[in-house]
Design a protein around this ligand. Structure first.
Ligand code: ZN
Ligand code: ZN
Length: 407
């Protein structure tokens, strides 16, 4: 007999028990984006967390499942809403346990095939779901933004379901981000199985031997009688052999190289939406979208902050003291920078509209901001040292005087 461990789906999503479906959807999307395995490659913890989120969302985003969960304290496909309601009433009548966490005892009831439910050992497997295994990782995974299981062979036939969105980070070269161009990224996505065209099965369906085609089986659990949809055929009464190419998933997993356009002036962290490049939908549902988050590369001389370009330029003491005009590099060649007399080290000078052309505001350009670094000369000959001493006598200011004033 299985013991049930009730999961706190509301707590997992960080929402109240009274949360609206919109609040649940938003909470899930926000967390899913953070813990999605594509964003956290090889991170077991994030993957676990993501699975928990998906499971919680799967239950709470479905009005019927949520009701069962609220009434019984956990969810199974095998408990129909009427049974759950009867159970909740019975619990209330006995005053035992309360509604939120009833001490469930479905003695003799087979929980082994739970859809992500308590004790579901299949939840961690990334292997393909055959016709008799329900609730594999892939089922949960592929349903992330729809909250539905996908259609596998022998399952209840479902309508078209859209594919899930994908999100990838793409490193983009410093210059490509500034000037625009093309970039490539390798992604893993689900495509409609080419063998069965998403049907998930091969050959004509036959009568389900488990329920003899009725689609219903009866389970006794203590004093409760469960009239449940047949787990073998999902209540359809008919089963098919799983397609060998996709192991009955209707989808295959592919690695694909995707080329996309980078607009001139694209900034670090910008999201690009590639419509229809996400996972394929099932039963003719539309494909999801691919979101590419641009990660711009660095440059040995220039650094970029938004549309501004920053760089440090060394000048001599004479150039700083007397003022001068010096050539500095910009992202489109040399430019002349005027150094005013008396310029100090660390001072920032601005070259207007010498930065990056804005991707969002056409015709606008950022600035180039030059940080001045004054280079002190190494005096290697007696004549220079003499001049420096002479200079010091003529200019005997103490630059530290204000420092002591403030003590
Ligand atoms: Zn059946
Ligand atoms: Zn197939």
């Amino acid at each position: 007999m299985s013991t049930t461990q009730n999961k706190d789906y509301y707590g997992t999503l960080g929402v109240k028990k009274t949360a609206t479906s919109d609040e649940i959807r938003k909470a899930f999307r926000k967390l899913a984006r953070k813990y999605h395995p594509d964003v956290n490659p090889n991170d077991k913890k994030a993957e676990e967390k993501f699975k928990e989120l998906s499971e919680a969302n799967d239950i709470l985003s479905d009005e019927k499942k949520r009701k069962v969960y609220d009434q019984v304290g956990f969810y199974s496909d095998q408990i129909d809403p009427a049974t759950a309601e009867a159970y909740a009433r019975q619990q209330e009548g006995q005053g035992a346990g309360g509604r939120s966490a009833p001490n469930v005892d479905f003695g003799g009831f087979d929980f082994s095939g739970f859809q992500g439910g308590p004790g579901s050992s299949q939840a961690g497997q990334a292997q393909g779901a055959g016709p008799n295994s329900w609730g594999s990782f892939r089922d949960i995974f592929s349903g992330i933004f729809t909250g539905n299981e996908q259609n596998a062979a022998g399952r209840r036939a479902r309508g078209p379901e859209p594919g899930t969105d994908l999100e990838y980070q793409a490193p983009v070269d410093f210059w490509t981000a500034i000037r625009g161009g093309n970039a490539r990224i390798e992604i893993h996505r689900q495509e409609v199985c080419p063998t069965c065209h998403g049907q998930a099965s091969s050959g004509a369906p036959t009568t389900c031997p488990e329920c003899n085609g009725s689609g219903q089986v009866v389970q006794m659990g203590g004093r409760m009688k469960f009239n449940i949809p047949c787990p073998r055929c999902g209540g359809t009464g008919r089963i098919s052999n799983a397609c060998l190419t996709c192991q009955g998933e209707g989808l295959v997993h592919r690695t694909e190289s995707i080329e996309f356009r980078i607009k001139a002036g694209t900034r670090d962290g910008q999201r690009i939406r590639l419509q229809g490049k996400g996972n394929a939908g099932t039963n003719g549902g539309a494909a999801g979208d691919l979101y590419v988050i641009v990660r711009t590369g660095t440059h040995p001389v220039f650094s970029r902050v938004g549309d501004d370009i920053h760089l440090t330029v060394p000048i001599t003491v004479a150039e700083a003291a007397l003022g001068s005009k010096v050539d500095v590099p910009t992202i489109d060649g040399r430019a002349q920078l005027r150094i005013p007399p008396g310029t100090q080290g660390g001072q920032k000078l601005r070259l207007r509209e010498r930065g990056v052309e804005s991707a969002s505001a056409p015709g606008q350009r950022g600035d180039q901001i030059v940080t001045i670094e004054v280079v002190v000369p190494q005096l290697n000959d007696e004549r220079s040292r003499e001049i420096m001493r002479e200079f010091a006598k003529l200019n005997n200011q103490d630059p530290r005087v204000t420092l002591f004033d403030k003590l």
